[in-house]
Design a protein around this ligand. Structure first.
Ligand code: PMP
Length: 356
């Protein structure tokens, strides 16, 4: 049976990428060696790393003002590393709280200075994206989470502020074009749209660095990683390799404009069913609905188990909602084909027939 994997992360990647990655583990480009056993300083890996960087630069049109890094430690390390490097002891930074991941970023950054939470959708169960908030001109940066993996909301446009924007794009990186020139820093754990868990993409505008006085450990200093081209220590070679293959796939499939079009089409189909089917209701307010993580509830929670059983029988896996939201969440990242979404829609219609 065909399995449709709706997991929130680690998550679906293109089948061709799995095949190429498997081949690379056995015999990398005919070298007779596995990608897992070569030195990170070998010419083979240097070429993989350079290609990954070039592809990220090309797909996201990263301007020359920004550096591209592949780091370890997950997006969770970036929660404090960004503050450690960019929040002066006697300064302040602005944060928008749009969900559990923003709240974690706030908690970690607080260790390093004054934070001003300029807007939050917590009161309404994180069902929306705050708009029209003010950011003080002296804030060192404004931190946002572009897509809320758990609650299923997404910034469709970004606030126009004069402060550098620092954005956690873990769950929507490479799913749509973004104007990188508008950001001081973008960071993203790879394990949704970009590759396997274990590598974090960081895109940083160099001029936002070097403005704090504190002593930063080398491994947590972006300038050290920039100077060493992400090779200050042994980088996560396999996740970088698979990310490079995934970015090749994105490029071969029309780049980020085409990815966005496919993602919009998939999300529109699924939200249309949630809105049409009398058994279901959406979690997020319509205008802030995520194109990546579609969250929805059964009006009659008594039907939940039956729905999950039907999902299982149809090969739709990973649909159970996050424990803090309940209900269901279908993560429909780049590699999820429209057919996967249609399979889930068919299950929703099957449930309606049984209980209509
Ligand atoms: N930010 C967002 C938006 C996420 O979805 C996640 C993980 N799901 C994280 C941060 C944490 O990432 P990591 O597990 O790579 O630290």
């Amino acid at each position: 049976m065909k399995i449709h994997n709706f997991s929130a992360g680690p998550s679906i990647l293109p089948k061709t990428v799995f095949e190429q990655a498997a081949q690379g583990v056995l015999n990398l480009d005919g070298s007779g060696l596995s990608v897992l056993e070569i030195s990170h300083r070998s010419k083979e890996f240097i070429a993989i790393h350079a290609k990954a960087k070039d592809l990220a630069k090309e797909l996201l049109q990263v301007p020359d003002t920004h550096q591209i890094l592949f780091l370890s430690g997950g997006a969770s390390t970036q929660f404090f590393m960004s503050a450690l490097n960019c929040l002066p002891q006697d300064g302040n930074a602005a944060y928008v709280d749009t969900g559990a991941w923003s709240a974690k970023a706030i908690k970690e950054a607080k260790r390093y200075g004054q934070l001003d939470v300029v807007a939050s959708s917590k009161e309404s169960g994180y069902d929306s994206i705050p708009k029209g908030f003010e950011v003080s001109a002296d804030a060192a940066y404004l931190h946002l989470t572009s897509n809320n993996t758990i609650f299923g909301t997404q910034f469709r446009t970004f606030p126009a502020v004069s402060n550098p924007l620092i954005c956690d794009m873990s769950s929507d990186i490479l799913s749509r074009p973004v104007d990188v020139s508008k950001f001081g820093m973008i960071y993203a754990g790879a394990q949704k749209n970009m590759g396997p868990a274990g590598v974090t993409l960081v895109i940083v505008r160099e001029d936002i660095l070097g403005k704090v006085d504190r002593d930063i450990p080398s491994m947590l200093d972006y300038r050290v990683h920039i100077k060493n081209d992400s090779m200050f220590n042994t980088p996560p070679v396999f996740p970088i390799y698979v990310s490079m293959l995934t970015m090749e796939w994105i490029k071969a499939n029309g780049g980020l404009e085409a990815a966005e079009k496919r993602n919009e089409e998939k999300a529109a189909a699924l939200y249309a069913e949630i809105d049409r089917n009398p058994l279901f209701t959406g979690v997020a307010v319509v205008e802030d609905r995520s194109l990546m993580n579609v969250t929805f509830l059964l009006k009659d929670t008594g039907l939940e188990e039956g729905f999950l059983n039907l999902c299982k029988a149809a090969g739709c896996q990973g649909v159970k909602g996050h424990r803090s939201v309940g209900g269901f969440r279908a993560s429909i990242y780049n590699a999820m084909p429209l057919e996967g979404v249609q399979a889930l829609i068919a299950v929703m219609q099957q449930l309606e027939k049984q209980n209509g």
